[in-house]
Design a protein around this ligand. Structure first.
Ligand code: ZN
Length: 486
């Protein structure tokens, strides 16, 4: 066979395999709701929600689940295994307790792989090519409190060398005893992260961590770069432009960097944010599909054909996203009008039940914010940004407020309601609460709570309460909760 013919045929076969995979993943995407783990659909969940699922997985053919160790507070940390292939892949999630998306992805993957009645041929091929090892929820004590660190306040991802925490020792022990070819270090990142300056949020960011200060590329890291290229290519099918690459400055205390150094090709995946996806269910599904396709490419070795240089074409993580961006409004400061943008951030405060949360919106910065992007944006050109009004009636309690009237009040520009008996710091109503004899602070500046109205020719166009928007024209009632001002 002529060399040119051979190359042509190889390219054709590659393309065919690629097409086949896309077709397979499209079918899996359609079937996703049939197998996705439905008991967990929010970001805040606990060890007690995951453990029964893992113990049930133990009963499934082809899976083994063993206890790998315990957290500081005595919660079991499990190691699950599936497959018999020669290439070993270790995936661990939720080293940071409040970064929960990937744990849900792994649960979906367990459900998918353990059901032999669908996609049998593809599942068999995958599990003959790789042996998969999973540590879902490495930091269950952190998960319990919905906090990054473990019960001692140690950041496990800065404990890879000193190994003071049992969770870090467990991960090191599992890595050293398995010596896997690939490691997937699964995290969530700040919602402010943008895909470079493209104007899109980095819903998924990747990193093939450096193993030294010089950021050298050896064979092991090169394989990680190629796997990231594969992941990135797959995500483009579902969320084009929503990927970025994480800063690869060598962090000598972190697990990713060290596991790369210890010879396992390591890939970090960070789930960011996506518009109108507060619980990251959309990202979860895309993450699942991209991970499944990538594991297939590791199993059949096809990732090796990818150009590792394409890794560096992925835009870098930027920090240009806020929750609400108000652009080009007129704001009065010291009795003069100025053209201003307001960059508003929502801060989450987890409630005592450790499962639900309230939101506090504040103005993170103002001025020329034209390099920023918002998950929600208001073009306030030709409009004025002014304080909202206090509803004239006084109510005895929060419960006495007629909730059905609030939409009308918001339309008229009321942002506060007076109540005699105040309780709590937040209120499950789309309006702020203030004491019966108080007046709200009317300052609209950086650091202030984000409550104001946007008007045009005296008409209320938007009412912003606690960083969230009520837009009567679009019937957009996006205000989750108000704050209680005392
Ligand atoms: Zn993390």
């Amino acid at each position: 066979m002529k060399r040119s013919t051979f190359l042509f045929l190889t390219a054709l076969l590659c393309q065919q395999a690629f097409g086949q995979q896309n077709e397979f993943l499209a079918k899996v995407k359609t079937a996703y709701d049939d197998f996705a783990e439905k008991s967990i659909s929010v970001r805040r969940f606990k060890h007690g929600d995951v453990e029964p699922l893992l113990l049930n997985l133990k009963t499934k053919q082809g899976f083994s689940v063993t206890k790998a160790g315990e957290s500081i507070e005595g919660r079991s940390i499990y190691l699950a295994k599936a497959g018999t292939g020669p290439v070993k892949v270790l995936l661990w999630s939720q080293m940071h307790g409040d970064e929960t998306t990937a744990t849900r992805v792994l649960l979906d993957l367990f459900n998918f792989l353990s059901d032999k009645s669908t996609f049998a041929k593809e599942k068999e091929a995958l599990l003959k090519g790789v042996t998969l090892y999973f540590i879902p929820m490495l930091n269950p004590d952190g998960a319990e409190q919905f906090q990054r660190r473990n019960a001692l306040g140690i950041d496990i991802n800065r404990d890879a060398v000193r190994l003071q925490s049992p969770e870090a020792r467990l991960l090191k022990h599992v890595r050293d005893s398995l010596n896997p070819d690939f490691g997937f270090n699964l995290h969530d990142q700040n919602s402010a992260t943008s895909a470079g300056s493209t104007g899109k949020p980095a819903s998924l960011s990747f990193l093939a961590p450096a193993y030294n200060e010089a950021k050298d590329i050896n064979e092991s890291r090169k394989a990680a770069l190629q796997v990231v290229v594969k992941l990135n290519n797959l995500v483009q099918n579902y969320m084009p432009g929503h990927t970025a690459r994480y800063d690869d400055t060598f962090e000598p205390r972190a697990f990713g960097d060290n596991i790369q150094k210890w010879g396992t090709s390591t890939i970090l995946i960070e789930c960011g944010a996506y518009a109108d996806d507060p619980e990251k269910q959309v990202i979860r599904k895309v993450h699942f599909l991209a991970l499944l396709g990538t594991l297939q490419s590791i199993a059949d070795g096809s990732y090796k054909k990818l150009d590792s240089n394409d890794y560096f074409k992925i835009p870098e993580n930027g920090r240009y996203y806020v929750d609400l961006l108000v652009k080009n409004g007129q704001l009065a400061l010291e009795n003069s009008w100025y053209t201003m943008d307001l960059a508003i951030r929502l801060r989450e405060n987890t409630r005592e039940d450790l499962r639900t949360y309230d939101v506090a919106g504040y103005i993170e910065d103002f001025g020329d914010m034209s390099v920023y992007f918002g998950y929600d944006e208001i073009d306030a050109t030709g409009m004025t940004i002014v304080p909202g009004k206090v509803y004239p009636d006084i109510f005895e309690t929060i419960e006495a407020i007629p909730a059905d009237n609030i939409d009308n009040w918001l339309q008229e520009g009321y942002t506060y309601v007076k109540v005699r008996k105040l309780v709590g710091r937040y209120v499950d109503l789309p309006i702020n609460i203030i004491g019966a004899y108080q007046t709200p602070d009317e300052s609209i500046s950086f650091g202030d709570p984000a409550t104001f109205i946007i008007t045009k020719d005296g008409r209320v166009m938007f009412t912003v309460v606690n960083g969230m928007v009520y837009n009567p024209a679009a019937n957009d009632k996006g205000i989750k909760n108000g704050i209680v001002v005392r």
